[in-house]
Design a protein around this ligand. Sequence first.
Ligand SMILES: [Zn+2]
Length: 327
Amino acid sequence: MSLRTIPFQEEIGQQLQEVIKGGRIAHAYCFSGEPGSGAMAMAIEMAKALFCMQGDGDACGECANCRRIDHQNFPAVQVIDASESPSIKIEQVRQLQDQFSYRSIETERKVYIIYPAEKLTIAASNALLKFLEEPESQVVAILVTGAPHQLLPTILSRCQILSFSSPPYLTRVTRLTEEGFSPEIAHLAANFEADYLKARELCEADWFAEVRSLVLELIQDIFNKRSDSLWLLQDRILGHPQVKERPAVILQFMMTWLRDLLQVQCGRESSVSYVQQQGILAEYAKRLNRQQILHSMDIVLMTRRKLESHVNQQLALEWMILRLQEG
Ligand SMILES: [Zn+2]
């Protein structure tokens, strides 16, 4: 990856490359974009580009510095990633300042990335503000946020703001197919992941296509009330190492299939995700009535809640199969 190759954000990438090449780097940036827009990926590439040993204003991804930053093993680049925590506290900002004050850091230039910046508490924001005001010329701050209006105006006014727009669903699907992935895999991946780069990872993963096929088999077994559906689940689906780690993916495949059935019933065949299953979808859309489909969706949702509350995954999924077979 590099500044210029983040999908849909090539223009911003090029702009930043020119800024770095020309040495006109601002002290603080606000990369404003929904999760999945590429704003966070751009922040990392920007940090790499600032330290890249090739020195053409972009990140080569190959040199020692680029690699160390990728592996979060480069003291002059610090990332506060609070995507999984409720807030960013003042201690975290102070820790960052302490880290940057160590003399042992090899370079004068330092970069920190805060994501998502709207999670900064008021106290943390005020501490950060002092940091932004320091005349330390070589520190670059990149605040990544999906909600810039939630940042303190005093912080925002010190940042150069770059807006990342998220590409719509069909644009993402088209791009994935242009990259050579099958339309059905592209639809499913774009459906599961709004983040284009994550969707592309799904497309590239063998397990994703394998589990898709297994779930399609399971669906046939369930709705034809075959007795071997439990065996298929236990042996081949849950036996799949990638599914064991994320059993909810089975439910995502099933839910998408049920949603597709509703689309077909409403005459919106062009909106389905399982684009290669048109024949089977048409058959089931005739066999099952709307009520049955909605009821099945309820069962899948209940199963998801069971998995979220850490009920034994096999029991939860077996329960789902039996309930779906009851109809
Ligand atoms: Zn490099």
